[in-house]
Design a protein around this ligand. Structure first.
Ligand code: ATP
Length: 446
């Protein structure tokens, strides 16, 4: 996030928290920059840091991460710089060897206990668990890949926590590929390549996150390749993550590609509805601790799990924002408040399912003609599928009831509303309808 973006966010924050709160607590924050998923703000005192963190921390995080999706944590640091007379610039201390080898900070929330397992991630989770036991090296490297925000970093941190807990003596080095490059360049600049090589080769477990970053960076790739080989030769475990499979990373040298493929390559698939709902329920427990007076209806969680299918980070951010918003304005979390507070997120992650697509799939499923689904006939064979289609249009598109009515042969919006209600009731009473809806939803979401 740039200073300009932070400036732009402040207007919205002022509106959300009110001018008084804004002037007292938000305005004095000085944005210092983001690194490694952490956005750092300077605060004038410890008290203020604690207060802002407890009362506005989640709101700030959701706002900052809406601009920079890499940011996962906000840190408040007391501004130690003297207000007057700038001090003479200090000579930059030379990087110590421990700097070169220190692990990147681990997020304390990214543990196995906090990782929700579902069909899309069960293999990746099982492989991560196995590696975290620290037994004999079976697959080397373990290569985890998947789209943005699907839990790769979470699993990497979880492995690291677990290994360190089981064996505190073990030298586990976790860092992003970007940090690997940064340390490599630093070693080159300071003529410490021997130290760099020796140190990287002395770790017991090496974990490199977002390895796609080194694609196209020739010398870094070269060094990474040598480090990798040296560790594999010593039978040391390597764990790598990337946003895609090794053979899909462009500008990666072939010898590295084939090295990366030589262990176990596992994919974190896009989340499905059940997993998203499970994650929301797990996160809800955390929010309930912070906001003891606030409750959220299960229907709203289901709504969020249906509507926000992009990535888990966005889903989490939505829940955080919802709780922060409701608590700040002192209102209960209703469906109306949810749609209001999350309108931008809901719009951005809107599925591109069209009414026509829904009508076609439903007609196929019930083996009736599209013209009968849309047409005027009121016999049950057509009326029930029609109501199912209307219900799915309401759930999966952002079309209004009158618009849906128009697309079903010019029906009135009250007819659509009645149809949607009827299907909601039938889903509870009639297992077959519930099953049909679930299956159609899956087909449409696929
Ligand atoms: N299965 C899960 N259970 C609980 N939380 C999850 C799960 N999957 C993802 N998350 C949460 O979603 C957020 C994003 O996950 P993470 O940072 O691990 O994604 P990533 O795959 O590394 O994304 P990127 O490609 O952006 O680096 C984190 O807060 C993480 O805790």
């Amino acid at each position: 996030m740039t200073q300009e973006q932070w400036g732009a966010l402040q207007d919205g924050l002022c509106k959300t928290v009110g001018r008084n709160n804004y002037t007292t607590w938000i305005k004095p924050l000085k944005y210092k920059g983001s690194d490694d998923g952490v956005a750092v703000f300077n605060v004038p005192s410890h008290f203020m840091g604690t207060y802002v963190s407890q009362n506005f921390g989640e709101l700030l995080l959701s706002q900052v991460s809406s601009v920079n999706s890499n940011v996962r944590r906000i840190q408040f640091k007391v501004d130690e710089t003297p207000a007057k007379a700038p001090a003479a610039p200090k000579a930059q201390p030379a990087a110590s060897n421990t700097d070169l080898l220190s692990s990147a900070p681990l997020d304390s929330r990214f543990t196995f206990d906090n990782f929700v397992v579902g069909k899309p991630n069960e293999l990746a989770h099982a492989a991560a668990r196995r590696v975290s036991e620290g037994g004999p090296v079976i697959f080397n490297p373990l290569f985890l890949h998947g789209g943005v925000g699907l839990g790769k970093t979470h699993l990497m941190h979880a492995i690291s926590w677990e290994l360190r807990q089981r064996n505190p003596e073990m030298n586990v080095l976790y860092l992003s590929a970007e940090q690997f490059m940064y340390r490599f360049v630093q070693a080159l600049r300071e003529r410490k390549m021997m130290d760099f090589k020796e140190m990287f080769r002395s770790v017991d477990v090496l974990m490199v996150d977002d390895v796609q970053f080194i694609a196209g960076k020739d010398s870094t790739q070269e060094e990474f390749f040598h480090t990798f080989n040296a560790l594999v030769d010593q039978n040391k475990q390597i764990i790598i993550s990337a946003d895609r499979a090794p053979d899909e990373i462009k500008d990666l040298e072939n010898r590295i590609r084939s090295r990366l493929q030589s262990g176990l390559v596992v994919d974190l698939h896009p989340t499905d509805y059940e997993l998203r709902l499970g994650i929301l329920q797990a996160k809800l427990e955390l929010h309930s601790v912070h906001y003891p007076g606030l409750e959220i209806d299960h229907g709203i969680l289901e709504f969020l799990a249906h509507r926000i299918s992009t990535n888990v980070r966005v889903l989490e951010g939505a829940l955080t924002r919802l709780f922060a918003f409701a608590s700040l304005i002192g209102k209960p979390i209703t469906m109306e408040l949810t749609q209001d507070c999350l309108s931008d997120v809901l719009r951005a992650s809107e599925r591109k399912v069209s009414i026509e697509e829904i009508q076609r799939k439903v007609a196929d499923h019930y083996n009736i003609r599209l013209s009968d689904l849309i047409g005027p006939k009121r016999v049950r064979n057509f009326a029930r599928p029609r109501q199912v289609a209307m219900y799915l249009c309401k759930q999966l598109t952002s079309r209004s009831l009158p618009e849906i009515g128009r697309r079903f042969g010019g029906r009135d919006h009250t007819t659509v509303m009645h149809g949607v209600k009827r299907i909601e009731e039938l889903q509870v009473q009639d297992g077959q309808i519930a099953e049909d809806i679930e299956m159609l939803r899956r087909m449409l979401e696929a």
